[in-house]
Design a protein around this ligand. Structure first.
Ligand SMILES: C[S@@+](CC[C@H](N)C(=O)[O-])C[C@H]1O[C@@H](n2cnc3c(N)ncnc32)[C@H](O)[C@@H]1O
Length: 203
């Protein structure tokens, strides 16, 4: 599902009123800090939307941040929230599986709740190729999706759910799992959703 769908979402709902919102993406942040190395690490947040992860990474001194999202409205909301400090971030309005990314540029690729929307194998294969192309050898890919007990749909779209093993299987032999975990995310409406996080080293 493309740009029109996500634009509609972000034009009709406040950034903190969507089911995936949380004030801070603590688990993502911890995993990134754990693997990123120094503050010059090049970090790419795939489908970062209007999340506060970029704020928290800036607060921790990371200087080489890129947020990619298919929705320009989501990125504008994040930029506006950050004010002038947002100028330090590279903002890319793009579809992760169709855009041209720089080769072996990033130390860390992070995705919370984007990969699970790829219900066609062909699209998942393209996604994995993009990650392999854009991430440095020895870099890290952190992907978080709904877990086996998570919802079957999000934002009106079907999703594919994974446990850590089946998520890793989507990526293949060049990705070595360094850490995986689950999280019970509490939505702004008081319901819970199971997420799985898988952090892999690209070899
Ligand atoms: C469920 S939201 C998660 C947002 C953010 N990662 C978070 O955890 O708060 C999914 C995000 O992915 C973006 N998105 C969906 N499909 C995409 C695609 N093919 N390429 C880039 N971004 C996409 C949407 O615009 C939306 O911001």
């Amino acid at each position: 599902m493309g740009e029109a769908h996500w634009e509609k979402v972000y034009l009709s709902k406040a950034a903190d009123a969507v089911s995936w919102y949380r004030p801070h993406l603590e688990l993502s942040l911890n995993l990134i800090v754990h693997v990123a190395g120094g503050s010059s690490a090049a970090i790419l947040d795939i489908g970062g939307g209007a999340s506060t992860l970029v704020d928290d990474l800036l607060d921790r001194g990371y200087q080489n941040l890129t947020v990619l999202d298919i929705s320009p409205t989501a990125l504008t909301a994040a930029k506006r929230r950050l004010g002038p400090v947002g100028d330090k971030v590279q903002w890319l309005t793009a579809d992760v599986i169709r855009t041209s990314l720089p080769e072996h540029e990033y130390d860390v690729w992070h995705d919370r709740a984007v990969f699970h929307f790829l219900t066609a194998q062909e699209d998942r294969d393209k996604y994995v190729s993009q990650a392999l192309y854009a991430v440095k050898r020895g870099g890290f890919v952190i992907v978080s999706t709904f877990g086996p007990e998570g919802p079957t749909r999000c934002s009106g779209l079907d999703v594919k759910r994974y446990d850590a093993e089946s998520l890793h299987q989507q990526f293949g032999g060049r990705f070595r799992v360094v850490e995986s975990t689950t999280e019970l995310h509490e939505t702004p409406f008081g319901t819970t959703q199971q997420f799985v996080y898988c952090c892999c080293k690209v070899e």
